[in-house]
Design a protein around this ligand. Structure first.
Ligand SMILES: [Zn+2]
Length: 300
């Protein structure tokens, strides 16, 4: 085989550098999985509101729009800090201490974003019409509920949520953040789900137990979202599983994979269920007034 031309090599280098810089979020797959699970648990009223707000390009499926927030990062610079939150190297999250952007503006982190876009969406159906762009609010909210469940999205400032920790995922060189955004999902999909995203969604749905679900969201009597609780969980998992045994230069293989993929699966499922619960509460106005607890609708 002929050696690649210099221009081609340069292009490859630029592309791979860009990919490495992109400290994004659950990769595209993670966001789609979370939202596909959410779609199955929307009430009729919430599903109708979501349909009304989705852009035509979504083809009627929320999940197609869930990676959107990562694609507008260059256009919406201000939104970059909304994908995560940093702690000062500790395994707990405190909103007043940790939820701000680099200029110290409070609320500019993933938790603030979830609460903010939820508040905007609550104006849906108002008269006169809401002045917010509720299509974007919905697409942001759906994305950020996914992000806050990725443990390394609520992690240490010093290593930028694992972005600065270089490891090997089996033979491949990458950073620890990428391992949790993308590689564990890729590997589990290959090993357990026939390399198919829909099979993985089915598998995760089939494993959901009603008991689990009922314990996933019990903070909500008065609050609009429980985003703060999700963040506390994430940084706990980051310490207990993501950072553990994954220092700079480590080779992560079967042992790490086998004990971590169930955590990734659970976080994807929790993100999906909780997104559905938030959307049901936002859009299901009858239920919202009648009962403070959030209605969960089983898949039909
Ligand atoms: Zn993100």
């Amino acid at each position: 085989m002929a050696a690649p031309r210099p221009q081609k090599l340069l292009l490859l280098l630029v592309v791979s550098l860009l990919a490495a810089r992109r400290a994004a979020a659950w990769g595209k797959e993670g966001h789609i999985i979370t939202c596909k699970i959410a779609e199955k648990y929307l009430s009729e009223e919430a599903a109708a509101a979501v349909q009304e707000l989705l852009p035509a390009a979504a083809g009627g499926e929320l999940s197609t729009m869930c990676p959107w927030a990562d694609t507008v990062r260059f256009r919406y610079h201000w939104a970059s800090p909304l994908h995560y939150a940093n702690t000062p190297g500790v395994c707990n999250f405190k909103n007043t201490r940790d939820c701000h952007n680099s200029k110290g503006v409070q609320g500019m982190c993933v938790i603030g974003a979830i609460n903010n876009y939820t508040t905007q969406l609550l104006t849906h159906g108002d008269s006169p019409k809401s002045s917010w762009n509720l299509t974007e609010s919905l697409m942001f909210l759906a994305h950020f509920v996914g992000d806050v469940h990725q443990p390394l999205h609520v992690a240490f400032e010093e290593d930028e949520g694992g972005n600065n920790i270089n490891i090997r995922w089996y033979k491949r060189k990458e950073n620890l953040h990428h391992t949790w955004d993308v590689s564990i999902i890729e590997t589990v999909m290959k090993k357990l789900y026939n390399k198919t995203l829909d099979t993985m969604v089915e598998g995760l749905n089939a494993n959901l137990q009603t008991d689990d679900i009922s314990q996933w969201e019990d903070c909500a009597k008065t609050k609009t979202t429980c985003a703060n609780d999700y963040a506390v969980e994430s940084v706990g998992l980051a310490c207990k599983y993501a950072y553990k045994d994954a220092e700079e230069g480590t080779v992560l293989g079967d042992e790490y994979y086998n004990s971590r993929y169930p955590i990734v699966e659970q976080r994807l499922a929790q993100g999906g269920i909780r997104l559905a619960l938030i959307l049901n509460r936002i859009f299901d106005k009858t239920n919202r007034k009648a009962e403070a607890t959030m209605p969960l609708y089983a898949a039909q």
